[in-house]
Design a protein around this ligand. Sequence first.
Ligand code: PLP
Length: 463
Amino acid sequence: MNRDAVEFRQAARQAVDWIAAYLEDPRRFPVVPPMEPGDLLRALPSCAPEEGEPLQEILADFHRSILPAVTHWNHPRFLAYFAISASGAGVLGELLAAAINANGMLWQTSPAGTELEQVTLGWLRRWLHLPEDFFGIIFDTASVSTFHAIAAARQQAAPEVRSEGGGAALTLYCSEHAHSSVDKAAIALGIGLRNVRKIAVDAEFRMRPDLLEEAVAADRRNGRRPFCVVATVGTTSTTSVDPVRDIVDVAQRHGLWLHVDAAYAGAAAILPEYRHILDGAERADSIVVNPHKWLLTPLDLSAFYTRRPEVLREAFALVPEYLRTAEDARAIHFMDYGLPLGRRFRALKLWFVMRHFGRRGIERVLRSHIAMAQELARWIDADERFERVAPVPFSVVCFRLKGPDEANRRLLEQVNATGQAFLSHTVLHGRFVLRIAVGNLGTTEADLREVWRLVQEKAQALS
Ligand code: PLP
C-alpha cells in the first residue's frame, strides 16, 4: 500500500471514531462557543502552508482550534431557528458521496447520482402523498428551490424575459410571514422588491385568501401582471400553515403559479394525522420540503417538486455542444432543470436516512418532537409570568416574559450565555418573542425540563 493510503486509513479511522463518539454525546461541548468575532481568524495563520502537512497534525489542529469555535447544531439543547440532526446514517452517506466525488450534471457523468435522486425523491413523494406526476430535483437549500419555482413561474407568465430581459409589472404574492428567500428570489430574478405583495395574516399568522384575491384583482385592474403566489406550510417565525386549498383556488382563478414553501413542516405530512397540512398542495405547481430541516439528513438537501418540469426546463436548459451525449433522448440530465451545472451526489445521504429509519422510525421521531413541544407549551401556560404568543402546530413554541421587550432580550442573552442551551427569537405584533424549536434526534423531555427551569431561573433573577 502506498504511504498516502496508509496515512489516510489511519486518520480516517480516527475521524470516524471521533464522529461516532461525537454523535453519541455532543453534550460534552457548550451549545454555543464562548468566543468573540475574529477569535478564530486571529488564531490561524494568514497564509496556507508551502509544504504539505501530515493528516495527524491537521486532525490535531481540528480538535485544538476548530472545534472550540463550533456552534453545535447536533447538541440536544440546540433549540434555535429550526433545530436539526445529522443522523449517523446521513453522515455515512455524505462521507461516501464525498469519496465518490461524482458530478451529476449529466446522466452519463453520474448514472447512480441521477437515478438515485429519482428513486429517493419518488419515495419521499409517496411518503408525502404528493401526486405521481410531480417531478423531483434536489437543490442545496430551500432558498434555491424557491428561486427555481419563481423562475419557472416567470417563464410561464412571461417567456420573452428569457431572451429579452425585462418583465416589467410582474407581481408576486406571499404572506407577510413568508421566508425572506421569496424576497431574495425577487431581487435575483429582477422582479424587484417593490413588486412583492405581502398579504396580511389572520390571528393565527395564516395568509388571508380574501386579501390575496383583492390584491390580485386590484393589480390586474391597474394593468400589472400577477404571476406567482407563494404559500407557506410552517412559517419561519411561528410555523403557521397558510390555507393552501383556498390559496390554490385564487391562484387558479387568476392563472398564477402556486409554489408551496413547506421547507420545515412538510416533513410532518408523513404522519397520517398531519397529512392534511398539505391539502391543496396536490394542485400546486411546485413545492419545497427540506430533508435537512426535519428529516434527519445532514445539510444540505432540499427536495423540490414541480408538476411542470417542462417549464422549469424551458427556463434553464442551455446545452453547449460539449455537454451533448448519446443518452440525451433517453435520460434526465438534471443540469437542464436549474441554475447549477455541477451537482453533488446528495441523494446518497437521503437514501441512507430513509432506509435506516424507515417511515415508522421517522414517524416516531416527528411525533416525539411534536409531543415534547406541546408539553413545553403546557408548562409555559402554567406559569403566569409568561405568555405564549402563537399556537403550536408542530415542534416550535413562541413565548415571552410578560413585560417590556428589553427584559425578553436580556433573558435570551442570559440563557444563551450559559452555553447550556441555545434559543432564538422573533418579533410578533411588534414585540420581541422567544422561540424554542425541537428538532434534534437526541433531545429528551428532561432536556426541555432543564431548559425551561433555566429560563424560569433567569427570569426570576431579572425581576
Ligand atoms: N422557507 C422557510 C419556511 C424557512 O423557515 C427557511 C429557513 O429556515 C427557508 C425557507 C430557507 O431554508 P434554507 O436555509 O434551506 O434556504
